[in-house]
Design a protein around this ligand. Structure first.
Ligand SMILES: C[S@@+](CC[C@H](N)C(=O)[O-])C[C@H]1O[C@@H](n2cnc3c(N)ncnc32)[C@H](O)[C@@H]1O
Length: 267
């Protein structure tokens, strides 16, 4: 169990990752299709929440999904079995010590991993090394600075800031979405193309309200409560009030906006 991962590895967090992936599958995955026979590395696959979309959209590609947490890999394995997905190999490994040779893959896919790493540039260098010449990397990350909502609430904004600050203290960057272009360029990737993926939820889109506002974003801020309090960033009451105000934006007159960033680049 690693303790430098702000979201932790609880059952609730696994369920949040699945909700997030289901709600956002079309928005984030619709334009990622890998050719038959291509070899794809998914780095930081967690409990397999994105693996389902990745493998389903490219049924004839061979996907190797890696995570540092053997427990998450075991969960992912159960999920893929239930879903009847057979084109994925799951590997428990640290992407900084990859059990693969240089230039082993045609494509690399990364989702919500770089935001948790102290050295995303080093991680991208390793991943670039694993790619064959001409291969692509796809990176999807959020940016919590992009969240705005109605009713606006200073307490809710403060609670989000506590998540950003606690992630920063653990060495991550919850604002990394806006940095994808410079990060990929710095590592030497070419043809870097970033597309913002805007999420908007109101009562006319109940699946977005449930799947994103409540079960993805607010659940994530709520999940960071104890970490933020134990770091002395806030009091429990202040955090609870902020989370309550975030849930309030899921009411019938509330709205919620957020932007993910998806980058594709070539080696
Ligand atoms: C927020 S989760 C995202 C999981 C999945 N990509 C998704 O979108 O649902 C981040 C994952 O990265 C994994 N991770 C963190 N550092 C890693 C490393 N050095 N090597 C491999 N996996 C790592 C964590 O164990 C965790 O499962």
């Amino acid at each position: 169990m690693r303790d430098d991962y702000v979201h932790g590895y609880s059952e609730r967090e696994a369920s949040r990752l699945h909700d997030q992936a289901r709600t956002l599958a079309k928005l984030l995955h619709h334009d990622t299709r890998y050719p038959a026979g291509s070899e794809v590395l998914e780095a930081g696959c967690g409990v397999g929440a994105q693996t389902i979309s990745l493998a389903g959209n490219s049924p004839d590609a061979r996907i190797t999904s890696v995570d540092i947490s053997p427990d998450s890999i075991a969960e992912a394995s159960k999920l893929l079995d239930v879903a009847g997905i057979t084109n994925v190999d799951l590997v428990a490994a640290d992407i900084f010590k990859p059990p693969f040779g240089e230039e082993s893959f045609d494509h690399v896919f990364v989702c919500f991993l770089l935001e948790h790493l102290a050295d995303p540039v080093a991680a991208l260098r390793v991943l670039r090394g694993l790619l064959r010449e001409g291969g692509t990397i796809t990176v999807i990350e959020g940016d919590h600075g992009s969240a705005f909502f109605h009713p606006d609430s200073e307490r809710a904004r403060a609670a989000i800031q506590c998540l950003i600050d606690s992630q920063a203290r653990l060495g991550g960057d919850a604002l990394i979405g806006r940095r994808l272009f410079p990060l990929l360029s710095e590592v030497g990737f070419r043809d870097v193309s970033v597309s913002p993926r805007f999420v908007y939820a109101d009562a006319s889109r109940p699946e977005m309200v449930e799947g994103f506002t409540r079960n993805t974003f607010t659940a994530m801020v709520e999940g960071a409560r104890d970490t933020a309090v134990s770091m002395g960033l806030t009091g429990a009451d202040a955090m609870d009030e902020g989370v309550r105000d975030l849930y309030r934006t899921a009411d019938v007159d509330g709205t919620f906006c957020y932007t993910f960033f998806k980058a594709v680049a070539k080696k």
